[in-house]
Design a protein around this ligand. Structure first.
Ligand code: PLP
Length: 389
């Protein structure tokens, strides 16, 4: 039998799936995969259910249902002052994941380079490589995850086609500051590049941190594609409804990819997400505070157990430094596997977010959970810590 594609065969099953399977096997508390305990707004779930019974369950328009495209354009105007033509500048996809892959398929040629940042969401590099393009990763250094300006400039070349920016950033919880975005925008213009902006955590930002879409910076409106996800904004990660806002000229080739990949997204979910995007400002502005509280609860408990936490100001995730708990020669992957068995708690090794030479002493925890889930994890870790000392 001939082998499958060599590039993709080289990657194992995603660590999230592997760790969730381990969690089930060991009935562990799962702080691995990023899904909330919160069930999402009832009105949105009800609208999806009602539409299945009463609505039109056939192929919706390829670009997305007009009501949702209008809602995305109105959302972008309301929160970011962007004037968006919903007919030519909005595309609905089956999750941000499809949106990202459509962008890569629609924009990249073999040999093109993509400037991106590590640690990085694990979908990016394998798909870019599968298309024969080349990731040029710039590493953000813990604990502050600040931007190495000279390295960033050096990562650009005449072959740079795309810049892939994930802000607010999974797994680091970093929100790129305006001065960092300005530098990026300058480099993008200088190199005549295009920005793919993964902004799925746009509303999950804490304290004083403010999410600024790169698209709103001078010169970027015509060069950026902005990706959002109903999964994150409405705590409905299983729904996989994503949306892209982009200038028509860039969206056109991306739409070609969408047309051949999924063609459409379930109409009941589109209908319900349109309703959600119309919620008043209080809904969106209220998303950060309960998450920040959960973050603080988990961070305080971990710190008290001598598991120090890195600063973070957004998303569902925080990063823990487990250096002092590693056995000689043990890396973060082996540590996480041992922790599931010995403590009954699932965390994700940060090496999942690097292509090579990961830090090795950092792990990611998901805090978008009920207090009882966080407390159960902390109790198990406390027992494990007292046994391990
Ligand atoms: C940075 C980032 N981008 C994209 C996605 C995928 O979003 P969706 O579930 O809408 O496909 C995730 C999900 O975890 C993510 O963390």
């Amino acid at each position: 039998m001939k082998a499958g594609n060599a590039t993709l065969s080289g990657y194992g099953t995603t660590i999230f799936e592997a760790m969730s399977a381990l969690a089930r096997e060991h009935t562990a508390v799962n702080l691995g995969q990023g899904f909330p305990d919160d069930r999402g707004p009832l009105a949105v779930r009800r609208a999806a259910a009602d539409y299945v019974v009463d609505g039109h369950n056939q192929y919706p328009p390829m670009m997305g249902m007009p009501g949702l495209r209008q809602a995305v354009a109105a959302h972008d105007r309301r929160f970011y002052g962007l004037e968006v033509d919903w007919q030519t500048e909005v595309l609905i996809t089956s999750g941000a994941t499809e949106a990202l892959i459509d962008c890569f398929l629609g924009l990249l040629e073999v040999g093109d380079e993509v400037v991106m940042f590590e640690p990085a969401y694990d979908t990016y590099a394998p798909v870019i490589r599968r298309l024969g393009a080349i990731p040029r990763s710039v590493r953000l250094a813990p604990p502050a995850w600040s931007l190495p300006r000279e390295e960033l400039a050096a990562a650009f070349s005449p072959r740079t086609k795309l810049v892939l920016l994930n802000s607010p950033m999974n797994p680091a919880g970093k929100v790129f500051r305006r001065d960092e975005l300005e530098l990026l925008a300058r480099l993008i213009e200088q190199h005549d590049a295009i920005a793919v902006c993964d902004e799925v955590y746009e509303h999950l930002v804490f304290g004083d941190a403010q999410h600024v879409p790169l698209m709103t910076l001078p010169g970027m409106r015509d060069r950026a594609l902005r990706i959002g996800s109903a999964g994150k904004t409405f705590a409905l990660t299983g729904w996989k409804v994503g949306y892209i806002t982009a200038p028509a000229a860039l969206l056109r080739p991306v739409t070609k990819a969408h047309q051949f990949v999924t063609f459409t997204t379930p109409p009941n979910l589109q209908h319900a997400v349109a309703l959600g995007l119309g919620f008043d400002d209080a809904y969106f502005h209220g998303l950060g505070a309960p998450l920040a509280r959960s973050r603080d609860r988990l961070a305080a408990g971990l710190t008290a157990l001598d598991l120090p936490v890195l600063p973070g100001e957004a998303t569902y995730f925080l990063v823990i430094d487990v250096e002092r708990w590693l056995r000689p020669g043990e890396d973060d992957i082996a540590f996480c596997r041992r922790l599931v068995v010995d403590a009954g708690v699932v965390l994700i090794p940060m090496s999942a977010f690097y292509e090579a030479s990961p830090p090795g002493h950092l792990v990611r925890a998901c805090f978008c959970k009920e207090d009882s889930t966080i407390d159960a994890a902390l109790l198990r870790l406390q027992t494990w810590v007292s046994r391990s000392r």
